[in-house]
Write a protein that binds this ligand. Structure first.
Ligand SMILES: *Cc1c(COP(=O)(O)O)cnc(C)c1O
Length: 495
């Protein structure tokens, strides 16, 4: 054992200064301000840059470097970021980005993320103000979706996790808390229902849960992409006759392919008749309720038992910020709460507090996602966020109208919200469908607009998902113009 007395103590202090804080706080301040200005410059001049560009091998090579044993200057590290990461992002902050459903982020959200990192709060539990901020978001989401006071909620990485957690909750509701220890048995025979348009993360949740994706019945949709409620009811009855145990029904409030919203009141009725947990995947669409004109389309969402949605999509909160709202917070407790001694609660002090998120979801250590969400809601207000959502939908409608007016283009699905699927078919309608895949790749390389490619009824479709608050009519015009220019080019198939 060594003793820390006299000279020994001084030596330890001198040689073992292990704090990672700066020696020169003033210098760090200067550097910090430069980094902030640099990022604000980037956001202010987005339109002058390509939406996406291929990162050169010289940039990639810098990330195949030896493990840094020794220190570097913060300014040098930042220079690497500025030169090799910043210009080669995925582009979802850019107004020309329409590929996939991704939010654009905001300045307020970015600054909040920095503050949250400075505070380095762990939102697993205990008694501190960051917990109160998450509770504030729960109260606000209750209000947005007209959920009762008994409703609970929790931040998760994204809707994939929120859907998975909802599945765990539904399983516990059907089989009771004991299933946590006992697991599923041959007698469990659980089956669940969603439409054939359900997002891929839902069958994957069934795979991860051990229930298996075969036990998720995929029900046919109508021409508008909504689940066929009669077919659903028939499927439930057939399963009951065959001795299965229907336990969960998953509706979509904005399908990923076309933005279709299921008949949520119809699904609530089926859930009531057959005693199913009624979950809604509202990842991309649910926050559309913030827009007055769109709100009626989500009728019935207030009746669901749990709702997954993403603040990082239409909420424009920087990644990641998924959320699960649960009608009765005791369902969360029975699914997740545990009594580990190192998590024991005190009646007062830091180990106090009457709401520990670790009792309500699968994570123990959790970041402060609530802060960037709180800053976003508080700074912009739900009215402006709702207006941005409405503007996205009007742009989608404008694009659909343009497509319908152009003989060489064909609209492939009705536009329910903000997603437009179309194809280049040529002036005589006989261009091979495969050309659309080449058009999309070419558009990405050109860097003006970036839609994505999907398949509808087996046919390749150019898909524009308009989620970014920065997207304008000029971006829509550029998309149509570019597709019309690229479509007839014979060389595309070879590119
Ligand atoms: C994006 C999306 C998901 C997955 O959400 P993540 O936040 O990416 O995990 C699930 N469902 C729908 C309908 C989506 O659009």
């Amino acid at each position: 054992m060594f003793s820390l007395e006299g000279a020994g103590r001084a030596a330890v202090d001198r040689h073992e200064r292990t704090s990672l804080d700066p020696d020169d706080w003033q210098a760090v301040r200067g550097q910090a301000h430069r980094m902030l200005d640099d990022m604000l410059d980037h956001l202010q001049t987005l339109e002058e840059k390509p939406v996406w560009q291929y990162a050169p091998s010289s940039a990639r090579k810098l990330f195949d470097a030896p493990l840094p044993i020794d220190a570097s200057d913060l300014s040098d590290v930042h220079a690497i970021f500025r030169d090799t990461i910043l210009p080669y992002g995925s582009g979802n902050i850019h107004p020309g980005f329409m590929g996939w459903v991704q939010g654009g982020g905001t300045v307020a959200g970015m600054l909040a993320e920095m503050l949250a990192a400075g505070l380095n709060a762990n939102l697993g539990g205990r008694d501190h103000m960051p917990i109160e901020v998450e509770r504030q978001i729960i109260r606000w989401t209750r209000q947005i979706f007209s959920f009762p006071e008994t409703a609970g909620g929790i931040f998760l990485t994204g809707a994939s996790q929120a859907n998975f957690v909802a599945l765990q909750i539904a399983r516990c509701r059907k089989l009771g808390k004991d299933v946590r220890a006992a697991g599923l048995t041959d007698e469990s025979r659980l089956v669940a229902y969603a439409s054939s348009e359900v997002h891929g993360c839902v069958p994957r949740a069934f795979e991860m849960s051990g229930i298996g994706s075969n036990q998720l019945r995929r029900i046919a949709v109508n021409a508008s992409g909504q689940i066929d409620v009669d077919a659903l009811e028939k499927a439930v009855r057939r399963d009951l006759q065959e001795g299965y145990v229907p336990f969960m029904l998953i509706g979509s409030a904005g399908t990923v392919n076309t933005g279709a919203i299921d008949d949520l009141h119809g699904l609530r009725r089926i859930a009531d008749v057959y005693d199913l947990h009624f979950h809604v995947d509202g990842a991309l669409g649910a926050l559309g309720i913030l827009n007055e004109d769109l709100a009626p389309r989500f009728a019935g969402i207030e009746t669901c038992d749990s709702l997954a949605f993403d603040f990082h999509k239409w909420g424009q909160v920087p990644y990641d910020a998924g959320f699960l709202l649960v009608r009765d917070n005791t369902w969360q407790l029975q699914t997740f709460a545990s009594e580990a001694s190192y998590l024991s609660r005190a009646s007062t002090g830091l180990a106090g507090g009457d709401w520990w998120p670790c009792d309500y979801g699968p994570d123990l250590s959790r970041g402060f996602r609530a802060l960037k969400t709180w800053f976003t809601l508080k700074t912009y207000g739900t009215k402006a966020l709702g207006e941005a959502i409405g503007a996205n939908c009007r742009l989608a409608q404008a694009l659909a109208d343009r497509v319908e007016r152009e003989p060489a283009l064909k609209l492939l699905a009705p536009v329910a919200l903000n997603i437009v699927c179309f194809a280049y078919v040529g002036p005589n309608g006989d261009t091979p469908p495969a050309v659309n895949a080449h058009i999309v790749e070419r558009l990405h390389a050109e860097g003006r607009v970036a839609p994505s490619l999907t398949h509808l009824n087996g046919q390749p479709a150019i898909r524009a998902a308009i989620v970014n608050h920065r997207t304008r009519l000029a971006d829509i015009d550029a998309l149509v113009q570019s597709v019309l220019t690229l479509g007839p080019r014979q060389d595309l198939a070879q590119c």
